[in-house]
Design a protein around this ligand. Structure first.
Ligand code: UDP
Ligand code: MG
Length: 169
């Protein structure tokens, strides 16, 4: 079984519904390790990069409004990186299907998700769906020094006045 990493986002509805503790408890059952965790105010730029694959789809604009917190009192999300055997599959199994009405009732999305009148699936959590998207997403959301392990190659870059460790291109 491969040791993989995955990005989890507790979306603004999860924060509003006070589900941070509940969601992390559910993931704890997997025995996976948390190697990064932070609260993030999601900019439009970050949202558009994260959901680039959905650009042009009917729900895209609502999805960007949703993840940037426009539909909730809380603008922030929680971003976590989990690491361990089959992390991607284990985390997605606990999250459940994208559509909360089709998700098994004992999954996070089945328990706490809903579909808005607009059709947008407000489904509490994001979780990476493949090794490739996990790497892209983790590098987008986290700087190397925000993780407790160096999971991808890094390099030192010299900016105008300072050096910084960045993800190697
Ligand atoms: N989404 C939606 N309607 C759809 C498909 C997706 O509202 O028909 C939203 C939903 O919030 C979902 C996100 O867009 O979590 C990203 O969609 P994706 O197909 O990547 O699902 P996920 O990987 O999150 O299960
Ligand atoms: Mg997806």
């Amino acid at each position: 079984m491969p040791n993989t990493k995955t990005l989890v986002i507790i979306k603004p509805d999860g924060i509003s519904k006070l589900l941070i503790g509940n969601i992390i408890s559910r993931f704890t059952e997997t025995r996976l390790e948390i190697i990064g965790c932070k609260m993030v105010r999601v900019s439009k730029e970050l949202a558009e990069k994260h959901y680039a694959e959905h650009k042009g789809k009917p729900f895209y604009n609502d999805l960007i409004d949703f993840i940037t917190g426009k539909l909730h009192q809380h603008r922030e999300v929680m971003a976590l990186v989990y690491s361990g055997l089959n992390a991607i599959e284990k985390i997605r199994a606990i999250c459940g299907a994208t559509n909360p009405e089709k998700a098994e009732p004992d999954t996070i999305r089945g328990q706490f998700g809903r579909i808005l009148e607009s059709g947008l699936m407000e489904n509490v959590v994001h979780a990476s769906d493949s090794v490739e998207s996990a790497e892209k997403e983790i590098k987008l959301w986290f700087e190397p020094d925000e993780l407790i392990q160096e999971i991808y190659p890094t390099e030192e870059k010299v900016f105008k006045n300072h050096k910084k460790i960045v993800w190697k291109e």
